[in-house]
Design a protein around this ligand. Structure first.
Ligand SMILES: [Zn+2]
Length: 221
């Protein structure tokens, strides 16, 4: 009836979790994410947070339907706030190539953790020699996955230094690297340099990433 007001209809979901602590943490995380991103994210009216083991030792998983967060599953009630925040942050990143989604989720989850005075991701500065690519992930060994996530966080941390977090989690998420690149090309010499890494071979990407330090992600070196 009021199409121009459609975006105002977005509201924080009700969280249903096995413990009130978890529900409270999810509520605070969600409100921090709206502050970090400058907007609400699409979700079902009620979002259940379920406990249970996940494949490959993952700490959590977000379930999105048509870009809307409908459920979160986490491996344990004693999960670190950052892990729960990561899953909630998926509501702001939408669908798209996995590294494009996970990297942006990583920097948003870090912002949520900082606001909630929880532990952020710590970049230990190690060589990311097992990462499988900046634009496309392949393989799935624990080392490959850990370094691929770390590569996405480092790269998007450097992008956040340049363009700011709110620009990286817009209302309409990118469904391809092509549209992402079109939006940022020519923004600055540094942005163009970071974008040019996406075309390099895996080995060259590792060499660049191993020297990359971002002001956005915590440096534990
Ligand atoms: Zn994720």
């Amino acid at each position: 009836m009021f199409p121009l007001l459609a975006s105002l209809a977005l509201a924080s979901p009700e969280f249903r979790a096995p413990t009130t602590e978890l529900e409270g943490l999810a509520r605070r995380g969600w409100s921090s994410a709206t502050a970090c991103s400058g907007r609400e994210a699409p979700s079902a009216g009620t979002v259940p947070i379920e406990l249970g083991p996940l494949p490959q030792g993952f700490a959590g998983r977000a379930e999105l339907v048509d870009g809307e967060l409908v459920a979160v599953r986490i491996a344990s009630a004693e999960v670190e706030p950052l892990e729960l925040f990561h899953e909630l942050a998926h509501a702001w990143a939408g669908d798209g190539p996995v590294p494009l989604v996970e990297g942006r989720v990583g920097v948003l989850a870090d912002c949520m953790a900082r606001r909630e005075q929880a532990r952020t991701w710590q970049d230990d500065g190690r060589s990311l020699r097992f990462m499988t690519g900046l634009t496309r992930w392949s393989g799935g060994s624990p080392h490959e996955l850990a370094d691929s996530y770390a590569a996405a966080y480092r790269w998007f941390g450097a992008m956040t230094d340049e363009v700011g977090l709110t620009e990286l989690v817009p209302q309409d998420a990118w469904t391809s690297w092509r549209s992402f690149r079109q939006d940022f090309e020519g923004r600055s010499a540094r942005v163009d340099e970071l974008l040019s890494w996406l075309d390099l071979s895996r080995a060259e990407q590792v060499r660049k990433l191993d020297r990359l330090v971002s002001a956005t992600v915590a440096d534990a070196r």
